[in-house]
Design a protein around this ligand. Structure first.
Ligand code: IMP
Ligand code: MG
Length: 205
């Protein structure tokens, strides 16, 4: 029997101890970043954020819904006092490519004037969402405005984004898991993976 590649073996390993996710696991082609790698990187980011914002009025702002899992782990990796707030932008709907159109579906509850705002994103793809949010929030006069993103897809950038921290760079592929969805599903997988093509392109088999 042919040996399976390390990436496929990793899907099997990750799936083996996740009975409840077994059905979702069947749709995964490869694991790009394991649950353990994600947690290790988040601990490092937490320590860097502690140092940078020590003694400052830090407000983490998560962009719903993709960032919920990341912010939940990141805030627990940060040991300095801070607050969190949430914002929702329009999503891609059932498509797997960016429309470039950004709409605010839910604004922040808190004013950010004079505070140190740190935007927490799941992934930067074309950059349109963050370019828009950076303009919107800068106009509210925060003491500082920076970005931390779990994933970056630099090959897809259409607009320049300045100053952000990145967990991992990923290739130009549609990724799911750890908060990221396709058609609102797969957010509960603990790792970042790539779907089998037939899942998002029915008939391509
Ligand atoms: P951007 O405006 O093109 O930079 O991307 C905006 C949003 O699209 C991201 O914050 C994600 O929520 C979503 N997105 C982009 N690429 C992916 C992907 O590969 N998988 C899942 N969601 C994605
Ligand atoms: Mg997002």
């Amino acid at each position: 029997m042919a040996e399976c590649s390390p990436a496929v073996a990793m899907v099997k390993e990750e799936c083996a101890d996740a009975d409840v996710q077994g059905q979702l696991c069947q749709d995964i082609e490869r694991v790009l970043i394991s649950a353990e790698e994600i947690q290790d990187r988040i601990r490092e980011l937490g320590r860097q954020i502690d140092e940078r914002y020590s003694g400052k009025d830090l407000l983490l702002i998560a962009v719903l819904k993709g960032s919920i899992v990341f912010i939940a782990d990141l805030m627990r990796a940060i040991s300095i006092p801070h607050e969190v707030d949430f914002l929702a932008t329009s999503s891609y709907g059932a498509s797997s490519t960016s429309s470039g159109v950004v709409r605010i579906m839910k604004d922040l509850n808190e004013p950010i004037e004079g505070r140190h705002a740190l935007l927490v994103e799941d992934i930067i793809d074309s950059g349109h969402t963050l370019a828009y949010l950076t303009r919107l929030f800068s106009a509210r006069n925060p003491a500082s405005l920076e970005i931390v993103t779990l994933l970056d897809k630099p090959s897809r950038r259409e607009v320049d984004i300045e100053l952000f921290w990145t967990g991992f760079s990923v290739p130009n592929e549609f990724v799911i898991g750890y908060g990221l969805d396709f058609n609102q599903k797969y957010r509960n997988l603990p790792y970042i993976g790539v779907l089998k093509p037939e899942v998002y392109e029915p008939g391509s088999e």
